[in-house]
Design a protein around this ligand. Structure first.
Ligand SMILES: [Zn+2]
Ligand SMILES: [Zn+2]
Length: 226
């Protein structure tokens, strides 16, 4: 339960960033946003009424984290069931989401398709669930429709790894030459002085110079020598 409520409050805060009816949205963006809305008239309000909802929809922009995300317009495949229940509509099923990004270790481009489970109750306006839940705790049916985009986006974004890798055991890049270690022979190495020893070597060189300098100086100026 704590995880679920954290998830919902995250959802609400991202929702707030780009409100519906954003005047900056283009006609194409508005059409794409409309495609994610499911009209509920067909389903009806009788509890137990069920509707399959299988569709492939273009991903809106901005679904991602730093190194991986869903390309805008990429086909998101939804296989959902909409079930009318007392308090609202229960949405459940699976989504296939194409993602592209960059390996956090070797920086190679990567792509994958995630299959995610979704399950969410959308509460009717005026239902007990709606009345007893805080604004950000429950998704709501807006008029006669539900917007699936925020649900799928939140599910995807929370699933995306912050440090994606091209393979589970990607060895990353060689710190000396920057090549992918997985592309290099196992015995790949460079003849380099450890920077810690390089610093010591400089200090010893300076000490020797100073010692030699004072010796030759004293040889010239020390009166006892004359
Ligand atoms: Zn990698
Ligand atoms: Zn190297």
């Amino acid at each position: 339960m704590p995880a679920a409520s954290a998830r919902r409050s995250d959802a609400a805060s991202t929702d707030a960033r780009r409100p519906a009816g954003d005047p900056a949205a283009t006609a194409a963006e508005r059409a794409a946003a409309k495609a994610w809305k499911v009209e509920l008239r067909e389903l009806g309000r009788r509890a137990g009424s069920l509707r399959e909802w299988d569709k492939t929809l273009p991903a809106p922009g901005g679904w991602g984290v730093e190194m991986i995300g869903v390309p805008e317009g990429a086909p998101v495949e939804l296989r959902l069931r909409l079930e009318s229940v007392m308090e609202g509509v229960l949405v459940s099923g699976e989504v296939d989401v194409p993602v592209t990004g960059q390996c956090a270790r070797c920086l190679e481009p990567l792509s994958d398709t995630l299959t995610l489970d979704v399950q969410e109750l959308y509460a009717y306006e005026g239902s007990t669930t709606e009345a007893t839940s805080a604004e950000d705790e429950v998704r709501r049916i807006e008029g006669d429709a539900i917007d699936l985009a925020p649900l799928v986006r939140d599910t995807v974004v929370l699933t995306l790894p912050l440090s994606p890798t091209c393979t589970p055991d990607c060895a990353g890049l060689c710190v000396d030459c920057g090549e992918r270690l997985d592309d290099l022979p196992a015995d790949h190495s460079h003849e380099v002085i450890d920077p810690r020893f390089a610093g010591l070597a400089d200090r010893f060189a300076n000490l020797t110079d100073t010692a030699e300098g004072s010796q030759s100086g004293s040889a010239r100026t020390d009166p006892e020598e004359n």
